[in-house]
Design a protein around this ligand. Structure first.
Ligand code: SF4
Length: 328
């Protein structure tokens, strides 16, 4: 049968995005998937969904532009630091660029009307369409019959009659559809976005308060170790295990200061953020020492390396207590 058009799916990785593909595969359409990744969520679930649905799928890095949006989302945050409406709008705008480059006719998502509290309310869907400049070009195959016909449905590229009318939070019909399409490996819902996690969101807020120009690499530090405010726009991350110490060392950039206490077992510390001064490095060396095996009250030489230079700073171990107020 002649292919009527081409659609690009935004694959989140959930069952619904797989089902959206399956529903559209009932029609003579060429389909491909894209899945976005940022420091806050990875591409693996979406890539897996594409494999399970049987369509070619591309992972696209939107970390930098996402972080810019996250600093001041026009539609605010959800429960923690999740700017869901702006996130969807941004993803659709980025997807629209790919749609144009690929010469595709429409985008599609696995959204279901009324399923999620914030991003999938009918009004929110419209807002997302408006801010992404894609009104009428986003097909939601699972709920299409409850929504106004899109341009591609009106043009006959997508047959509206073959689309569904799923609504609400219940999962019964999705499970029936999964059985119908022979999907046995059912992805577990959600939980993949770090912006919805309270502890991470709190640290991120602090980071952006002291370092508004933070880039995706700065955000990466928040995923490992303990974090301390050093004053100004400087922060310290201290490894909690051998694996974390190795990870932190591997992640260090030339602009970061790497601290170690070579004479004793202990953590690696990385000072990152804005310009670093002597007193911040001294403070960081004391914290790294406090978390090492150096005896309380003992003096020790802490090694630092920064921008190709290196040296030593001698500090006394005053213990962890003085630094608790600086913990993020
Ligand atoms: S939970 Fe995270 S990834 Fe999902 S829409 Fe919200 S901000 Fe975007």
């Amino acid at each position: 049968m002649r292919v009527r058009g081409k659609g690009i799916g935004l694959l989140s990785g959930g069952l619904d995005s797989i089902l959206a593909v399956k529903v559209l595969q009932e029609q003579p359409l060429e389909l491909m998937g894209i899945t976005f990744f940022t420091p806050f969520f990875g591409p693996e679930p979406g890539l897996k969904a594409g494999r399970l649905a049987g369509i070619p799928t591309r992972a696209v890095d939107i970390g930098a532009v996402f972080l810019d949006m996250l600093k001041n989302p026009a539609h605010g945050y959800g429960r923690h630091m999740n700017p869901c409406i702006d996130c969807h709008g941004l993803m659709l705008r980025e997807a629209a660029k790919i749609m144009d480059a690929e010469g595709a006719d429409f985008l599609f998502t696995g959204e279901v009307v009324g399923q999620r509290p914030m991003s999938q309310r009918r009004a929110a869907m419209k807002t997302v369409e408006r801010i992404s400049g894609l009104s009428g070009r986003i097909v939601r195959p699972l709920s299409a019959k409850l929504l106004e016909p899109t341009a591609v449905e009106r043009e006959g590229i997508v047959d509206r009659e073959k689309l569904l009318d799923l609504h609400g939070r219940g999962r019964k019909r999705q499970m029936e559809l999964a059985a119908h399409y022979g999907i046995r490996d059912i992805p577990q819902p959600g939980g993949g976005c770090m912006l919805t996690k309270e502890g991470f969101a709190r640290k991120l807020k602090e980071l952006l308060a002291v370092l508004p120009e933070a880039d995706p690499d700065d955000v990466e530090w928040l995923k490992w170790g303990r974090h301390f405010l050093l004053g100004g726009s400087c922060l310290l991350v201290v490894g909690r295990s051998k694996a974390e110490n190795e990870r932190l060392s591997a992640m260090a950039r030339l602009s970061d200061v790497v601290l170690r206490v070579p004479s004793h077992p202990g953590p690696t510390g990385i000072v990152f953020g804005g310009s670093k001064n002597r007193s911040q490095i001294y403070r960081a060396a004391m914290i790294v020492t406090a978390y090492s095996d150096v005896a309380l009250g003992e003096r020790v030489a802490v090694h630092w390396a920064h921008s190709g230079a290196q040296g030593w700073v001698t500090v006394r171990n005053v213990g962890k207590d003085p630094w608790r107020t600086r913990l993020l």
